[in-house]
Design a protein around this ligand. Structure first.
Ligand code: SPV
Ligand code: MN
Length: 609
C-alpha cells in the first residue's frame, strides 16, 4: 500500500480496520491496494476501473454499462452459502452450516493468493441513511471493481461514517474475491463459497461475481443484520418501504415482505404511490412508534418484463442517460435487449453465454435465452420519478402497516387484515408461494417461506419468531398487519384479479389504518366491505367493481384454508415455536371449523358474515 492510501486508512483512527486490511493483504496477496473514500474522485476511480479491467463495458447510452456474470453464476448459490458455527444449534427450519474451523480453513485456502496480479479495493459504506440511529457500518474489501461500483450505486458511502465510530469494532466486514478469471468471469465455480461468521460479523465470499453472492452489502449483510437485530430488539426484514397516498392528500407508510416473484417491487411501484426501497428494511421502535428505513439507496432489479406499458418509470430510467449497470442481458450494437421488453430482440449479439445467436444451445442441450431470466439492472433510486422525499430521512418513516404477500391460486383472499398483532405475525409466518414457470422444476408447488425470509434467517427460527411477537411491546401505535395474494385463479386457470387491482387493496388498507373503511370480520381476518372497494375503484380506476368479482375472490374457502393449516402444522410439527404461534394456529383452525359447522358450506360468500 502506498503512502497516500495508508494515510486514508490512518485518518479513520480505527486499528480494527487497519488489522483487517493488513490481514487481507497477507492472505490474498494483491498487486495493488486502493482505499476509496467518499470523494467524487475516488468514486469515479472505481467506475473507471471496472471499464479498464473489462468487468464492465460501455454501451451507446451515456453512463450505461454491461456486466456479465459467468454462465453458471447467475443466481444466489444457496448450497455453498453457509454459516460458520462453533457449536451445534437447533435452528428449527433447516439451515446450511459448516463447522467453523473446518470452514475457515477451506475458505482461507481458496482466498490464499486470490488477488495476485489484481488490485484490491477497500471501501466503506453505511447500511441505512447516514447520521442515523439506523445506520450500520460496513467495510468491503474486493478485487472486483464491478462489485465496488454496484455497491456505490446501491448503498450510501460510509468513509465519513467510519470516522464517527471512534475506533470501535462495531462494523460488518466483507471480504470478496472473484478468484481466477477466464474471459472476465470467475473460472473456479466448483470452489465458489460464501461463509458467514455471525460471531464476528464477517463474511467471506470467493470465486463468484453474481451480486447476490458477491456484494457483501446485499444479502450477506442482511443475514448479519437479522442476527444483530434479534440481539438488540429491532427487525431486519426482506421488505419494501413505500408511501401510500390517499385521495385526501394523506401519506401513510407501509413495509411489505413478499417471496421473489410475488409482487414485491410492483407493489412498491404501484402508480400514484412513492417508493422508499424495494428489498431490505430495518424497523425500530422510536418514541412508541415503528419507524423504518431502506437499507439501500438503489435497486438491483429483475429486468425481465420491464417495458414501457407495465413499468413506465423503471423503463424510463433504463432508457435515458444515467449511471446504470445492466447485467446478463443481450447486447447488440451497443444496445441492451431483454425478454419482455416488448421490443423486437435481435437474432444475435453478446450475452451471458458469450457470442449468442438464436437457437444456441448449452452443453446440456438446453436452449439459451437471449437474456437470462434473472438478468438485472442496477441503478440509484433517485433515477425513479416516484422516489419518496423522505427516502433518506435519518429518522426513517413512521410505519402504519406491514404487508405479507404470497402466491396462491386457490386459497387466500386478495387482502385480509389480521385480527391482532399476534395473528398478523402468524399470517407472516405461514406465507406460501407457488413455483411458476420462472423457476426450474414442477409448477404450482407450494413452498413455505415465512416472512419471505427463509433464505436469510440467521438465528434459530423460534428466536426469530419470538422477536416478531415481542416487537409490539412498548408501542403506542401498533401497525396493522395485512396478508395479500394477487394470484387467485378461476377453474380455467385464469387470474381472477388484474394487476391494476393491487391499487385497490393497498388503498383500502391505507384507508383502514386511518379509520376510513369498514371491514367484515371473518375467521381468517377482516376483509373489505364491498362498498369500500367499489368506491375506490370508481375513483382510482374509473371502473365499476362488480359484486360478482368481489364475491368470487372474497368468499372464504374454508376447506382450502383448513388444508393450509394442515400443511402448516406439518411443517412446524418438529420445530420449536413460541407459544404465541402455537396458540394462533390452534385458534385459526378452530375458527375455521366453527364457521364450517355454522354455515354448513365450504365456500362462504362475504355477504353472509
Ligand atoms: C432476491 O433474490 O431476493 C434479490 C436478489 O433481491 S439477490 O441479490 O440475488 O438476493
Ligand atoms: Mn431480495
Amino acid at each position: 500500500m502506498d503512502k497516500n492510501n495508508l494515510q486514508k486508512l490512518e485518518k479513520l483512527n480505527n486499528h480494527y480496520v487497519m488489522d483487517m486490511v493488513e490481514e487481507t493483504i497477507q492472505l490474498c496477496k494483491p498487486t495493488k491496494v486502493t482505499v476509496i473514500t467518499d470523494s467524487k474522485d475516488d468514486i469515479n476511480y472505481v467506475k473507471e476501473l471496472a471499464i479498464i479491467n473489462g468487468e464492465e463495458k460501455k454501451l451507446n447510452m451515456e453512463g450505461h454499462t454491461i456486466h456479465f456474470d459467468g454462465y453458471y453464476d447467475q443466481g444466489r448459490d444457496k448450497q455453498h452459502t453457509k454459516y460458520l458455527l462453533s457449536q451445534d444449534v437447533d435452528w428449527g427450519l433447516g439451515v446450511n452450516s459448516i463447522e467453523k474451523e473446518k470452514g475457515l480453513k477451506e475458505i482461507y485456502s481458496f482466498l490464499d493468493g486470490s488477488m495476485a496480479g489484481k488490485e484490491m479495493l477497500v471501501k466503506f459504506f453505511s447500511l441505512g441513511p447516514t447520521n442515523s440511529i439506523f445506520s450500520l457500518k460496513a467495510l468491503q474489501i474486493t478485487d472486483s471493481a464491478y462489485v465496488a461500483h454496484s455497491e456505490g450505486l446501491l448503498y450510501r458511502q460510509g468513509y465519513e461514517e467510519f470516522k464517527k465510530l471512534n475506533g470501535s469494532p462495531d462494523f460488518f466486514f466483507f471480504l470478496h474475491s472473484a478468484g481466477r478469471l477466464e474471459n472476465g468471469v470467475s473460472a473456479d465455480i466448483d470452489k465458489r463459497r460464501i461463509y458467514i461468521n455471525l460471531e464476528e460479523n464477517r463474511v467471506y465470499s470467493v470465486n463468484n461475481q453474481y451480486a447476490g453472492n458477491s456484494l457483501g452489502l446485499k444479502k450477506l449483510a442482511f443475514r448479519l443484520a437479522i442476527h444483530k437485530a434479534q440481539q438488540e430488539g429491532w427487525l431486519a426484514e426482506h421488505m419494501f418501504v413505500m408511501g401510500v397516498h390517499s385521495h385526501k392528500g394523506r401519506v401513510s407508510y407501509f413495509t411489505g415482505a413478499f417471496p421473489s416473484g410475488c409482487g414485491k417491487t410492483s407493489t412498491a411501484m404501484i402508480p400514484g404511490q412513492t417508493i422508499i426501497g424495494d428489498d431490505i428494511a430495518y424497523l425500530r421502535k422510536i418514541d412508541g412508534k415503528v419507524r423504518a428505513v431502506n437499507v439501500e439507496s438503489g435497486i438491483f432489479g429483475i429486468i425481465r418484463d420491464v417495458n414501457k406499458e407495465d413499468d413506465p418509470l423503471i423503463y424510463y430510467a433504463l432508457t435515458t442517460p444515467r449511471e446504470l449497470i445492466f447485467s446478463n442481458v443481450l447486447i447488440n450494437e451497443g444496445k441492451p435487449y431483454w425478454m419482455g421488453m416488448k421490443k423486437e430482440i435481435p437474432d444475435n449479439g453478446i450475452n451471458f453465454s458469450g457470442e449468442w445467436y438464436k437457437g444456441k444451445k448449452d452443453k446440456g442441450g438446453n436452449k439459451i435465452d437471449p437474456s437470462h431470466k434473472n438478468s438485472r439492472f442496477t441503478l440509484r433510486l433517485n433515477a425513479l420519478k416516484n422516489l419518496d422525499p423522505k427516502a433518506s430521512d435519518p429518522a426513517g418513516v413512521p410505519i402504519k402497516a406491514i404487508i405479507y404477500g404470497g402466491r396462491d391460486s386457490d386459497t387466500t383472499v386478495p387482502i385480509a387484515e389480521s385480527l391482532t398483532w399476534e395473528h398478523g405475525v402468524f399470517l407472516g409466518a405461514i406465507v406460501e408461494s407457488e413455483t411458476t414457470a420462472a423457476t426450474i422444476g414442477a409448477q404450482g408447488v407450494r413452498k413455505h417461506n415465512p416472512m419471505a425470509n427463509l433464505d436469510f434467517v440467521s438465528v434459530p427460527f423460534m428466536t426469530y419468531m419470538e422477536n416478531h411477537f415481542r416487537f409490539k411491546t412498548g408501542l403506542k401505535e401498533i401497525p396493522k398487519i395485512y396478508a395479500v395474494n394477487y394470484f387467485l385463479k378461476d377453474e380455467n386457470g385464469n387470474y381472477l384479479t388484474k394487476k391494476i387491482y393491487n391499487k385497490l387493496w393497498i388503498l383500502w388498507a391505507e384507508g383502514r389504518v386511518n379509520g376510513d373503511y369498514e371491514a367484515i370480520e371473518t375467521p381468517i381476518g377482516r376483509i373489505p366491505k364491498y362498498e369500500g372497494l367499489k368506491e375506490i375503484s370508481a375513483r382510482e380506476l374509473g371502473k365499476d367493481y362488480t359484486k360478482e368479482e368481489y364475491i368470487k375472490v372474497f368468499s372464504i374457502r374454508i376447506e382450502k384454508y383448513l388444508e393450509k393449516m394442515e400443511r402448516v402444522s406439518k411443517i412446524f410439527k418438529n420445530v420449536k415455536m413460541p407459544s404465541a404461534f402455537t396458540e394462533e394456529l390452534k385458534a385459526q383452525t378452530e375458527r375455521l371449523k366453527e364457521t364450517k359447522a355454522k354455515f354448513g358450506e365450504d365456500i362462504i360468500s362475504p355477504f353472509k358474515f
